[in-house]
Design a protein around this ligand. Structure first.
Ligand code: CTP
Length: 413
């Protein structure tokens, strides 16, 4: 979403990773950005300008001397109109030019012509000996000191077969970093701190068995991802799931309800204070009273074991009335198998929430899409049609933004 209508200059310098940047150009364009590609002469030896031109539907620039029309005045006007400049792959040579202010090709000239307020992101990719060389490291430091965003390369195998630090991050990660930077500058949740819980908690019965549920974490991860893209600082506290944490969040991995409670409390104690807590996790309400230290064996002639349970803390309820959290916007979920609205409204009141997202448990837990009803404090209700969890996350965050604005107006009245 954040990429829609954005103007991005993609500068490609001459490394083998240029072939992967083709995917970056495609993904940015697919998400609605207008992508203007500049290529160094060396880059055109790895990938043809026609490849980028076909994917971006924009003229690709390769020569400083190519003769610009009045409208496109090239290296000066392109960065001037851009929302972000992305240099990928960034070779050691190109970064050295940028660090020293040379302007003898299209990319180095474009760098000098970039307004100080426009984000400039650099994605180094090179052989590990070149990357760790003090000259390259010093140049990277110089760029960082000037406010350039330099992504860290990965450790791994290079095109030559050597292994080390210097591999370019995958295209999905580069695009995620672009979304993040744009969101932090322009997103409607910028500056806000959001804590999201996701996935189900697990309570051990013995070292190999546990009480759990079928939560996949998709809803919470979609919320965390979108809050990040909209500019929020996000802490994602997650039970065990099979998803990658979204790029750029603070990630806390937990297993049990008590671990999740401790992580939530710690996150809420941090300064500056959290603006929004979204409890999307499917929290286990009970735990075995005496988990066995050894695997429980099935033994002939012995009775089937009985697992005695005790109650877990209710994380949201524990925050009710806690001093210092008066300005925290609290969002809960209600997963119900019956009397959806009635049960959800009761939870909203009992747990002192600003918003509850009510959904039918069986058709939502672990599924890729969801049908939810948003119920605000006071009872105002909005029913949403079944849609992918990503779209549900957008609707929830739109409502969160509206409630934050209301709270702000009330606090300042
Ligand atoms: N929740 C929590 N701590 C718990 C259980 C739930 O903070 N021990 C949170 C959930 O993350 C969710 C909301 O409370 O945002 C409602 O959770 P849900 O499982 O629907 O309801 P419960 O309060 O557990 O009640 P019940 O299981 O009886 O329906």
């Amino acid at each position: 979403m954040v990429l829609k209508g954005k103007n991005i200059v993609l500068a490609v310098s001459g490394g083998i990773a240029a072939y992967k940047v083709v995917q970056v150009a495609r993904d940015l364009t697919k998400e609605g950005a207008e992508v203007h590609v500049l290529m160094s002469e060396a880059a055109t030896r790895f990938v043809t300008p026609l490849t980028f031109q076909t994917l971006t539907q924009q003229k690709v620039h390769t020569q400083i001397w190519e003769g610009w029309t009045k409208e496109e005045q090239g290296h000066i006007s392109l960065p001037g109109h851009a929302d972000l400049i992305l240099l990928a792959p960034a070779t050691a040579n190109t970064m050295a030019k940028l660090a020293h202010g040379l302007a003898d090709d299209l990319i180095s000239t474009a760098y000098l012509a970039t307004p100080a307020t426009t984000p400039f992101m650099v994605v180094p990719a090179m052989e590990h000996l070149m990357f760790v060389h003090p000259a390259t490291q010093q140049n990277i430091q110089t760029l960082r000191d000037r406010g350039v965003i330099v992504l860290d390369p990965k450790y791994g195998e290079h095109a030559t077969g050597a292994t080390g630090l210097g591999r370019m991050p995958e295209p999905t990660e580069i695009v995620a970093a672009v979304r993040l930077v744009l969101g932090q500058r322009q997103g409607d949740l910028r500056g806000k701190r959001v804590v999201v819980t996701a996935g189900g908690t697990q309570e051990p019965i013995d070292p190999v068995r546990f009480i759990g549920n079928g939560s996949s974490g998709q809803m919470g991860y979609a919320l965390a991802q979108q809050a990040l893209e909209r500019g929020a600082k996000v802490t994602l506290i997650s039970g065990p799931v099979k998803l990658e944490p979204p790029y750029g969040c603070e990630f806390v991995s937990v297993r049990t309800t008590r671990e999740m409670e401790a992580a939530v409390n710690l996150a809420l104690e941090a300064n500056p204070p959290t603006d929004v807590l979204i409890m999307a996790a499917a929290v286990a309400d009970f735990r075995p009273l005496r988990p066995s230290e050894q695997k429980i064996k099935k033994e002939k002639d012995k009775p089937t074991p009985v697992i005695e349970l005790e109650l877990n803390p209710d994380i949201l309820l524990g925050l009710k009335g806690r001093p210092g959290l008066e300005n925290l916007l609290r969002v809960g979920f209600a997963a119900e198998t019956n009397d959806l609205a009635l049960n959800a409204e009761k939870k909203l009141k009992d747990k002192d929430l600003d918003l509850i997202v009510a959904n039918e448990a069986i058709s939502s837990i672990g599924q890729p899409d969801n049908e939810v009803t948003l119920i605000e404090r006071g009872g105002l209700t909005q029913q949403l049609a079944r849609k992918p969890k990503r779209a549900v996350a957008t609707a929830i965050l739109d409502k969160v933004l509206e409630l934050l604005e209301k709270k702000h107006v009330m606090n300042n009245a």
